[in-house]
Write a protein that binds this ligand. Sequence first.
Ligand SMILES: NC(=O)c1ccc[n+]([C@@H]2O[C@H](COP(=O)([O-])OP(=O)(O)OC[C@H]3O[C@@H](n4cnc5c(N)ncnc54)[C@H](O)[C@@H]3O)[C@@H](O)[C@H]2O)c1
Length: 261
Amino acid sequence: MSFFSQAFDGASEAALVTGAGNGIGRAIAQALVAEGVRTVFADIKAETVQAAIAASGAPGLCTAWVGDLAERSECDRLLREAGAALGTITHFVHSASPPRREADHAMAVSDETWLRMRAVNVDAGFHLGRELSRALIAAKRPGSLMYLTSLHAGTPRNLPHYSTSKAAMAMMVKEFAKTLGPYQIRVNALVPGAILAGGFVADPALSRHVPLGRLGQAQDLAPLALAVLSNRISGYVTGAAIVIDGGLSLTNWFDAPQLDL
Ligand SMILES: NC(=O)c1ccc[n+]([C@@H]2O[C@H](COP(=O)([O-])OP(=O)(O)OC[C@H]3O[C@@H](n4cnc5c(N)ncnc54)[C@H](O)[C@@H]3O)[C@@H](O)[C@H]2O)c1
């Protein structure tokens, strides 16, 4: 039997991806529908959601949802509308995150920016994950939740609202994984390095520090994200933080050795 030709069951499984209008969320949502999974594309920007669906190759499997996940009432509307459109959501990806601005260092970031980052990354991530899990437990269905965290859950980024929210998400994944494991709901973190997507303005010099020699693309993450989401491929993986960074996290102040080959 091939594991990879049937990673998902399109008839019974359905997905919700936040931040699906751009970058990593968009790549994962499009990859899910390419595997035949009915998927809600949720984002705050209507035009990018429509563009992501139009470019997905399977618009009939896509449901658009537009709203501000910083608002609890909007999160609840998303839960209601996703359930009405697709029934029980078995796979959840939380990729939405407000823009990061380099000017927002510890002595400059405003209360509003701090709260909004936490509201989308942590509060919405927790509320959506918990309520989707409640529905899965009630339906006696297995599930898979994935949170996009960051290498900056563990190292400073000069953006304290961002790094602290990612650190909170990293622990949220572990709390959920332990609590929900007995119900066969797996919860994992995907930890990107430097990925050229909307949320990250790259310094070209950074690629010098990536052992694989280049910055990442959103499409680099989608196959591994699907493998981890799939209960058939990764049915015994939960509470994991899977780094996908071209080796960036191996960087320290020593350069790689010059090999005399
Ligand atoms: N790009 C990277 O290098 C990188 C590195 C580490 C972690 N990450 C994480 O991966 C995830 C995706 O990153 P990306 O670079 O693709 O980001 P991105 O900015 O390209 O996409 C994020 C999406 O979230 C949406 N969004 C923002 N606020 C929202 C809100 N209030 N309600 C609904 N949608 C909202 C945006 O409109 C956007 O489409 C983020 O959680 C980010 O922190 C990215």
